[in-house]
Design a protein around this ligand. Sequence first.
Ligand SMILES: [Cu+2]
Length: 182
Amino acid sequence: MKRIPAALAALLALSPALLSAQEIAVTAPFARATLPNQPVAGGFLTLQNHGDAADTLIAATSPAAGRVEIHEMAMEGDVMRMRELPDGLRIPAGKSVVLEPGGYHLMFFELAAPFVAGAEVEVELTFAGGDAQTIMLPVLAPDAVPPAAQEGMDHGTMDHGGMDHGSMDHGASAGDAGEDAQ
Ligand SMILES: [Cu+2]
C-alpha cells in the first residue's frame, strides 16, 4: 500500500514516541471564532494527567496571537470576571481538568488575524514537568460549546450565556456595568 499520505505516515511514525514521553493528554481542543471587532479569542480543551505526579500548565504560545494567557472565570462579588492564573493551571495526578466556556480557558491576545470558523489555530503548551506539546485547535462557531456540553451535561445554575467572551469586555469592566446607558 502506498496510499498513506506523507503527513499521516509521519504522524504514525511519531506517535509511539509522543505517547511514551507525554503524560498529559490533550483532548477535545477547540477555539471560538471571533466576532467582528472582537480583539481577543478563547481556546478550550481537556487536559488528562496520566502520570503519577501533578503537573501544571504554565504557558501557552501561538503563532496566531501575540500573547496567550491561561485564564479562569471567577465571581468577584456578584460579578463574573476573568483573570489570569499567575501560577498556571494545576492538573492533579490521574485527573482531568477541563478548559471550557465559563471556566478555565486559554485567552488569545493581539490576534494576527480574526479567528474564522473552519480554520485551525496552532498552540504550544508548556508544562512545569518539562513537557511541551503543539496542538491544533479547530475554530468553531463563536458560541461553540464542548461536545460533552452539547450532550446535555449541565453546570447547574451557571449561566453560560452571560459569560461569553463576545459579550464580555475584557479590559473595562464591572465599574460601568451597573449603569444603564439608555
Ligand atoms: Cu479570558
